[in-house]
Design a protein around this ligand. Structure first.
Ligand code: SAH
Length: 221
């Protein structure tokens, strides 16, 4: 990464404040979420040739056929999670690492899984360089991360055709999972609350577009 990209200039900070203000206008109300988005320089997660796109409220390609989620979507999912400091969270779909860093600066213990090796290697190196405390794992998110379960929160950042049973099992009673569900172009945002070991409730919160969650047999692009 070129040295200039790692600096967070006044110009970048100004653009970021405007972006955060626009998210507030769009209905994000959780101040801790807005503060986290204001804190993490999104341009650090872009290739240098695309830096000018970092503070638009849009998803953007990050290589390997994947995207960094739209800031509104990151804020919306994080707000739905209602996270608290010190909680243990599992993210499925590390991608650029941006969402994981938002959770880390909010004081969560973040475990994140990425299925594509090239992207995993690139993001792991970036997070180390930027000094964010995020635990990265290469693997299949459908299986979760049994060794570190149970989790207070689980966040899925790719489109899931259904609710993976293994992930529900790895959620603590009282825990919350946020997951975009739908096999087609559009997904419904679901918030699942695990009331007890064998009881869950679910709410829906609008529609979104995500790249698909890859199954066990899917190959890296
Ligand atoms: N959270 C990311 C955006 C994720 S895009 C960010 O902040 O940038 C969705 C990611 O999910 C992609 O990187 C994709 O490779 C990954 N993915 C898809 N299926 C997966 C699976 N089964 N397990 C883990 N990661 C998966």
């Amino acid at each position: 990464m070129p040295a200039n990209q790692i600096t967070d200039s006044y110009r970048h900070q100004g653009m970021r404040r405007k972006l955060v203000e626009s998210l507030r206008q769009k209905g994000i109300v959780d101040e801790t979420v807005l503060a986290a988005l204001n804190h993490v320089p999104r341009h650090f997660f872009f290739d240098s040739s695309f830096l000018e796109f970092a503070y638009e409220d849009k998803a953007f390609p990050i290589g390997s056929g994947q995207t960094i989620s739209q800031p509104y979507t990151v804020a919306f999912q994080t707000q739905l999670l209602n996270p608290g400091r010190g909680m243990k969270i599992l993210e499925i779909g590390t991608g650029s690492g941006y969402q994981a860093c938002i959770l880390a600066v909010m004081g969560l213990k973040v475990y994140t899984i990425e299925r594509q090796k090239l992207l995993f290697d690139k993001t792991k190196a970036l997070l180390k360089e930027l000094n964010y405390r995020v635990n990265t794992y290469f693997g299949d998110g459908y299986l979760g991360l049994k060794a570190h379960a149970p989790f207070d929160r689980i966040l899925i950042t790719a489109a899931a055709p259904g609710i993976p049973e293994a992930l529900i099992n790895q959620l603590k009673p009282g825990g919350i999972m946020v997951i975009p569900v739908g096999a087609g172009d559009i997904q419904v945002m679901k918030r699942i609350i695990k009331i007890s070991d064998n009881e869950t409730t679910s709410e829906t919160h609008g529609t979104f577009r995500f790249v698909p969650m890859l199954g066990e047999k899917a190959r890296d692009i």
